[in-house]
Design a protein around this ligand. Structure first.
Ligand SMILES: Nc1ncnc2c1ncn2[C@@H]1O[C@H](COP(=O)(O)OP(=O)(O)OP(=O)(O)O)[C@@H](O)[C@H]1O
Length: 599
């Protein structure tokens, strides 16, 4: 988290001061704040009373300093009350039946549209004037905002694959809410509390100022402001103290909350996107293997194991193509390498190492600098609200601690490096102003803000048209040649893999069934599944009037894979042994391995 911006520091300092004041204020100045002095009634500022005195001659500076504790406690109570009510209201639609959910959502929308101060005043009048009424009033005014925020957050999580999986497995709604949704939105909700606290403080002061809040003899900053207001034209300093205290505390909590929220969202984004850096170091212990994966397994609850004992090695400058039909476990293999397997997936591996270092022992920052990921949809990888140059620069600022100007310069340089014309201009554009191919180049440039050791490209050209696809593939090759980075290229298109990659790893139902050098792909592929994939490709002699060839049958779902060869049911060569006993991946010539009993 980057919390060293001037605004964040100012917020932290102000909040610390307020907390210290709340702790030490009453014991130190309590007596002075209550001391009645008939000889010093309604005075203006003087050396003895810097903020003047009130109608009983009590020192106003001491009263402002003492009122801090009560003001902050009331604000805290109002915020917690509002947040609790709001979170429950916001989460309810996820567990209620459709009609109930609609009703609650409608009610929240109506309350959000209702002016907060009116809501607070109404509640305070109904519940009784005084501190309790003011706290309930401000709490009720805060709650709709929290409810809306919770709903929005819950909606983003509700679309996640792990929530869908839990639903499919029949997990009760309440358990989904408490086990899957709330834990994943807790962080932003808690961060929002700090900002809400600032708002509550101002709101409570407003209530007291309107005479609806704290009643004498109790006093908070709002009450002092209310008392001082009548004298503002004669001795303005009597209102100045409480006004300044409210303003500083409100600003402090807002600045701190804002900084915390920004820092948290930044960490979250980078944990997901993964980034660049770490130049290739010739002195590495094992320069031959940039990526080593041994016995990688990904399991989900309910006996779903989409990745089963995958092993592969990729060397520097090498592009390994991971190919297989949809659902064979390619993306989850990549996700496991990047530490992105969604909860509740469990990843186990004999070895999962990047540039000789176990990935599980790498910090998110280390992994982010050694690994770059390029996904199918470049628009989803780029924040539509930010300019391209700013997004790239942010990677350098966060991961390498670069200054703003330096990071921006590097962003422009990287955009030029991926052959984007006029990179200065591209940097100033938003993602929607670029074409699909340009966006994918920008995403690759983002991965190159440092010098990554491994580039994972998951179907990076599927969303692009054919000519642009070729350009992006060419760029990937250039990038790995120039930087020495290894690449894992994921595709369901064996023709593209054959064109781009150095080695081909064929996956079927979560397992590697063949691992071979690309030169052998066209004529030397041995596994019946690899051969079937190649045979299903159209060539110049294919009769275009006939439907395209496809492999008959379907790949088994991750939960239905039996003991034998998963491809047996679709294989022309299958024997009884294939159905009952799984063939291990064994050597089949130089750098070539196959898992088949019949080759
Ligand atoms: N979060 C999850 N929970 C449960 N099962 C999952 C989850 N994510 C993926 N799977 C299952 O894992 C299997 C492999 O998925 P994966 O996305 O790795 O396949 P893929 O080979 O990349 O396919 P595609 O080319 O369609 O992306 C699929 O059958 C999918 O249903």
């Amino acid at each position: 988290m980057r919390l060293r911006t001037p605004a964040a520091v100012a917020g932290a300092v102000l909040v610390t001061l307020m907390v210290v004041l709340a702790v030490v204020g009453p014991p130190i100045w309590g007596a002075a704040a209550e001391k009645i002095d008939a000889g010093a009634i309604l005075q203006g500022a003087s050396a003895a009373h810097p903020l003047g005195t009130d109608n009983l001659g009590r020192d106003l500076l001491a009263r402002v300093l003492v009122a801090g504790r009560f003001s902050l406690l009331l604000a805290l109570a109002a915020t917690l009350f509002g947040a609790a009510v709001g979170t429950v209201l916001g989460a309810l639609p996820s567990v209620l039946p459709v009609r109930g959910a609609r009703f609650v959502t409608g009610a929240v929308n109506a309350l959000v549209a209702f002016p907060g101060l009116l809501l607070a005043m109404f509640t305070a009048v109904v519940t009784g004037l005084g501190a309790k009424g003011a706290v309930l009033g401000i709490g009720v005014a805060i709650a709709p905002g929290f409810a809306r925020f919770t709903q929005t957050l819950a909606a983003t999580v509700a679309g996640a694959d792990y929530v869908a999986a839990a639903r499919m497995l029949g997990v009760p709604r309440m358990r989904i809410l408490t086990g899957h949704v709330l834990p994943n939105i807790a962080e932003p909700l808690i961060l929002n509390l700090s900002q809400a606290l600032g708002g509550a403080l101002l709101g409570l002061a407003g209530m007291s100022f309107l005479g609806l809040g704290v009643q004498p003899p109790a006093f908070d900053w709002g009450r002092l402001l209310f008392d001082g207001f009548g004298r503002i034209y004669v001795t303005p300093e009597v209102a100045l103290g409480p006004a300044l205290a409210v303003a500083l505390a409100g600003i402090g909590f807002n600045l701190l909350g804002d900084a915390l929220a920004k820092a948290a969202s930044r960490t979250a984004v980078h944990a997901r996107e993964a980034g660049p850096a770490a130049p290739p170091d010739p002195g590495e212990p094992d320069p031959k293997a940039v990526l080593e994966v041994k016995d990688l397994t990904v399991t989900f609850p309910g006996g779903v194991t989409p990745v089963r004992g995958v092993s592969l090695t990729v060397g520097p400058g090498q592009i390994a193509g991971l190919v297989g039909e949809s659902g064979s476990g390619k993306s989850l293999t990549a996700a496991a390498i990047g530490g992105l397997v969604p909860y509740p997936g469990v990843v186990t591996a004999g070895r999962l190492a990047l540039a000789g270092q176990e990935i599980s022992e790498m910090s998110p920052k280390e992994l982010g600098t050694a690994l770059a990921m390029v996904f199918q949809d470049p628009m989803a990888s780029l924040n539509p609200a930010l300019k391209v140059g700013g997004q790239l620069a942010e990677v350098a600022i966060v991961h390498q601690g670069s200054g703003k100007a330096e990071a921006h310069q590097r962003a422009v340089d990287r955009l030029g490096h991926v052959r984007l014309p006029a990179p200065e201009r591209v940097a100033r554009r938003h993602p929607h102003e670029l074409s699909g191919g340009m966006r994918q180049r920008a995403v690759i440039a983002m991965g190159l803000m440092g010098t990554p050791r491994l580039l994972i490209a998951d179907e990076p050209t599927t969303a692009l048209d054919v000519t642009v696809q070729r350009q992006i593939l060419k760029l990937l090759r250039e990038v790995t040649d120039e930087t020495g980075a290894a690449a894992l290229f994921i595709s369901h298109d064996i023709a593209v893999v054959g064109e781009l990659c150095d080695v081909v790893v064929v996956m079927y139902a979560g397992r590697v069934v063949e691992h071979l050098p690309v030169e052998r792909l066209a004529t030397g592929a041995a596994h019946p599944y690899t051969r079937a994939l190649i045979d299903s490709l159209p060539d110049m002699e294919t009769d275009r009037s006939l439907p395209l060839a496809s492999i008959p049958g379907r790949q088994p779902a991750p939960s239905d894979v039996g003991d034998g060869c998963a491809f047996a049911a679709r294989c022309e060569l299958a024997t009884a042994r294939c159905a009952g006993e799984r063939p291990p991946l064994t050597s089949y010539g130089k750098a070539h391995q196959v898992a088949c009993w019949e080759v």
